[in-house]
Design a protein around this ligand. Structure first.
Ligand SMILES: Cc1cc2nc3c(=O)[nH]c(=O)nc-3n(C[C@H](O)[C@H](O)[C@H](O)COP(=O)(O)OP(=O)(O)OC[C@H]3O[C@@H](n4cnc5c(N)ncnc54)[C@H](O)[C@@H]3O)c2cc1C
Length: 543
């Protein structure tokens, strides 16, 4: 608990202290006359591994800070159930994520606006991005990063020569080089920026809440699970929470904002009687408002990982083993730099899967290292010299769904991503794998490479590569879209993020994206939270 004393009534209650929720609560509490309660099911992730970027590997299956969900068996992926980590901590998924910072393409947001969401086009969201960002590096210009916001964005602590060669090889494949992916690039390759400050991870909680946690008008309560939103006459008037077995109610005199993430926000709404009426009845939940879109339209970026063995100096795997590991540890502790201070990927190429694509629909993220996910949950840096890349399908056509598994608020939601269920996604992924191989076969990268390890040089035909993707493909941990914004019958919130049919209730997180952005989703989730506060405050003023 932090901030003022616990009360029973607040003006605003924010459910979930994740990427978006922390930004909402921070900006609402900028007005000292407004009382804000931020509720989080998880605790505070502290200690060396929670602070150091390399600690992502340790947090990947740490049940103290991770919901550790799994999908339903996916028919299109040989009925595999995929592991889906989600942050359960102050900072939410930004407390355990890979730290890569990508806003998305300007056309992602213009598309949202064209779907009937005024105020969400690029020209409207760009100032919001810029006011949350604090960047001191080389990427200036009108569309460059902001320099005074709460969230620090930095360039990689080490720019490895192999990553430099990846960017150069991409350039020789007609992919222009950029210093930052700030949203304007048609196709581009370059080093990735990350939410790392002085060598330490920066979650949304670290950036937005920690510096203001002593505000008397902001109370942050962790370790409390919201089991439902309390409603009267189709208006949200508060929440019911569980701390262990103890239940209690808290009143919101103005609004409740659901920021529980793309899997849990629809779950909280459904548990509160907002969702498809027939599905709610099956779980004995009384329908408050029939809203069939709740939990539908789930999207994520499907990923195929590719690895290759390389010449010894072309990988930093060995720097994280044996005596070198300790040398790196000392370097990190003394300077905040070195290989322990790096985000999950070092460089990327954002490209189009075909010349007909309107804009980029593939992200090829690159690292001059490799790691193995062991069945035990351990993520280990490999000992052999190798590099890897992930090919992401960033504008998927496949759609999944989130459903209730049961009426028990503590039961995980059931969800099905339906990856590769649309032929367009398969075509895009095949194109991405071939583009990656073309880059790897181009100098100066080509002479560093010894052999492709996965999928392997024998996998060349469409059928072989499709089989590889169905056997080995994964999700990017970027779920979105399950409470989509819009005004069609399947929309859940309007363009001011108000839940259709229910008063004083909004959703603000990755779930409101009508289509997932074409890059990593932490930055746009934070932007959504910050912009939500604008909308809430403007509506309060108007009222
Ligand atoms: C392993 C991993 C790696 C990733 N890597 C990157 C990356 O490198 N770059 C990038 O841009 N994105 C990355 N992402 C994705 C990015 O972090 C998410 O898209 C983003 O954090 C989503 O923000 P959100 O606010 O929608 O949800 P979240 O940040 O997940 O926040 C939801 C919060 O609500 C809480 N909550 C849920 N239910 C309840 C309840 N009933 N009661 C109380 N609290 C509740 C949760 O505990 C959580 O804290 C990664 C994600 C993961 C999991």
């Amino acid at each position: 608990m932090s901030g003022g004393a616990v009360a029973q009534t607040y003006d605003y209650i924010v459910i979930g202290a994740g990427s978006a929720g922390c930004a909402v609560a921070r900006r609402l509490s900028d007005d000292p006359s407004v009382r804000v309660l931020l509720l989080e099911a998880g605790g505070h992730a502290k200690g060396f591994w929670a602070r150091s970027p390399v600690g992502m590997a340790k947090l990947f299956k740490d049940k103290r800070f991770n919901w550790m969900y799994s999908t339903e068996p996916v028919p299109t992926l040989r009925h595999r159930s995929l592991y889906w980590p989600r942050g359960k901590a102050l900072g939410g998924s930004s407390a355990i994520n890979g730290l890569v910072y990508v806003r998305g393409n300007r056309k992602d947001f213009d598309h949202w606006e064209s779907l009937g969401n005024p105020g969400w086009g690029w020209e409207s969201v760009l100032p919001v991005f810029r006011r949350i960002e604090k960047y001191g590096g080389a990427a200036g210009s009108r569309h460059g990063y902001g320099s005074d916001g709460p969230l620090t964005i930095s360039d990689p602590a080490v720019k490895h020569p192999t990553a430099i060669d990846f960017i150069e090889a991409a350039r020789r494949n007609q992919i222009p080089t950029v210093t930052a992916f700030t949203g304007m690039e048609p196709e581009s390759a370059g080093f990735l920026q990350a939410t790392i400050r002085n060598g330490a991870r920066q979650s949304s909680y670290d950036a937005f809440i920690a510096p203001v946690r002593n505000r008397p008008n902001l109370v942050v309560e962790s370790g409390v699970h919201v089991r439902r939103i309390v409603m009267q006459n189709r208006q949200a008037v508060g929440v019911e929470v569980l701390r262990g077995n103890q239940a209690r109610s808290i009143t919101a005199s103005r609004e409740v904002i659901v920021s529980a993430g793309a899997l849990n926000s629809p779950q909280v709404l459904m548990l509160s009687g907002i969702g498809d009426g027939d599905a709610l009845r099956q779980h004995g939940i009384e329908t408050q408002f029939h809203l069939p879109g709740v939990g539908q339209n789930l999207q994520d970026h499907f990923v195929a990982r590719v690895q290759a063995s390389v010449t010894p100096e072309s990988s930093y795997n060995r720097s994280l083993h044996g005596w070198r590991k300790y040398a790196e540890g000392i370097k990190y502790l003394m300077t905040g730099g070195g290989y322990l201070a790096l985000a999950a990927s070092m460089a990327a190429a954002l490209v189009k899967s075909s010349p007909d694509a309107d804009y980029t629909d593939l992200e090829i993220s690159f690292r001059p290292m490799t790691f193995t996910y062991h069945a035990s949950g351990k993520v280990e840096i490999d000992r052999h010299d190798a590099m890897s890349a992930s090919v992401y399908n960033t504008r998927p056509a496949s759609r999944g769904e989130v459903r209730l598994r049961s009426a028990d608020p503590l039961a995980p939601p059931a969800f099905q991503p339906n990856f590769l269920s649309d032929q367009r996604d398969i075509r895009a992924m095949l194109s991405g794998l071939r583009k990656l191989r073309a880059i790897w076969a181009t100098e100066p990268l080509a002479s560093r490479m010894i052999a492709e390890l996965t999928p392997g040089p024998g996998m060349v035909t469409d059928d072989q590569l499709i089989d590889y993707m169905r056997r080995e493909g994964q999700n990017a941990y970027h779920p979105a879209g399950s409470c989509k914004m819009g005004n069609d019958p399947m929309a859940v919130v309007d363009a001011r993020l108000r839940v259709h049919g229910i008063g004083r209730l909004r959703v603000a997180d990755a779930s409101i994206m009508p289509t997932v952005t074409s890059g990593n989703t932490n930055a746009p989730s934070i932007m959504i939270g910050d912009k939500a506060a604008d909308l809430i405050l403007a509506d309060a003023k108007a009222a």
